[in-house]
Design a protein around this ligand. Structure first.
Ligand code: AMP
Length: 219
């Protein structure tokens, strides 16, 4: 099973994706995390990606697509994967269709999590990530047990460069530029699942994950 997560940065797709991947025993592949791992390890790929990431811009398609292709070839993808943050452009979506086609499979569901932008801006401002395992916390709604320390691995929590307000604004702009074509792509393929989340509808990322799992079970 291959599940693609659409939705703006800060929509909670990372959190929902991790829950779904764990429950359905799928690999969780986040291209943002893969880039950050390369950054931490100071690889050539990491150095190249950094200049785009720090500004909230997209890393060029050819670089991102190659990285994803290598990741999909790993053994833990045997049951399928939840793709978090890929595709982000229509070119990437078409490449993904081709890659999966070559593997004899396809995207089974594209989950589009829709959260109002004003809520997203506040959420990202409250967000902290673990330097060790990249677990995500919200200092208001989902704080760690000990301030500044990851519950899972004891790593240091920090605010990513691209979670700062001026970069967030640009990331949302970049997202808006390609959101519609991605949504149309998966709507045409008949695999789009729309979910509204956030305070205004009283639904968390965990609620969305459970709703989607229920839907998958019954379809
Ligand atoms: P994320 O954690 O998914 O918000 O990703 C962080 C950053 O990594 C993005 O702002 C981009 O600079 C880069 N990135 C992640 N995924 C992609 C992608 N599919 N295409 C291009 N750039 C990406």
């Amino acid at each position: 099973m291959y599940l693609v997560l659409l939705g703006a940065p800060g929509s909670g797709k990372g959190t929902a994706g991790k829950v779904i991947a764990e429950d359905l025993e799928l690999a969780h592949i986040s291209t943002g995390d893969l880039f950050r791992e390369n950054l931490k390890n100071e690889t050539e790929l990491g150095k190249e990606a950094k200049q785009y990431m720090d500004k909230g811009e997209l890393v060029p398609d050819e670089v991102t697509i190659k990285m994803l292709k290598d990741r999909l070839a790993k053994a833990d993808v045997k049951n399928g994967a939840v793709l978090d943050g890929f595709p982000r452009t229509e070119v990437q979506a078409k490449c993904l269709d081709d890659m999966l086609n070559e593997m004899g499979t396809k995207v089974d569901m594209a989950l589009n999590i829709d959260v109002p932008f004003d809520e997203i801006v506040e959420r990202i401002a409250n967000r902290r990530s673990c330097r060790g395992c990249s677990e995500i916390y919200n200092v208001v709604f989902n704080p760690p047990k000990v301030e500044g320390i990851c519950d899972k691995c004891g790593g240091e929590l920090y605010q990513r460069e691209d979670q700062k307000p001026e970069v967030v604004e640009n990331r949302l702009k970049v997202y808006s530029q390609s959101a519609e074509e991605l949504i149309n792509h998966y709507e045409k393929a008949g695999v789009l699942y729309n979910a509204k989340a956030g305070d205004s509808v009283g639904k968390t990322s965990f609620d969305i994950a459970k709703e989607v799992e229920e839907y998958i079970k019954n379809n």
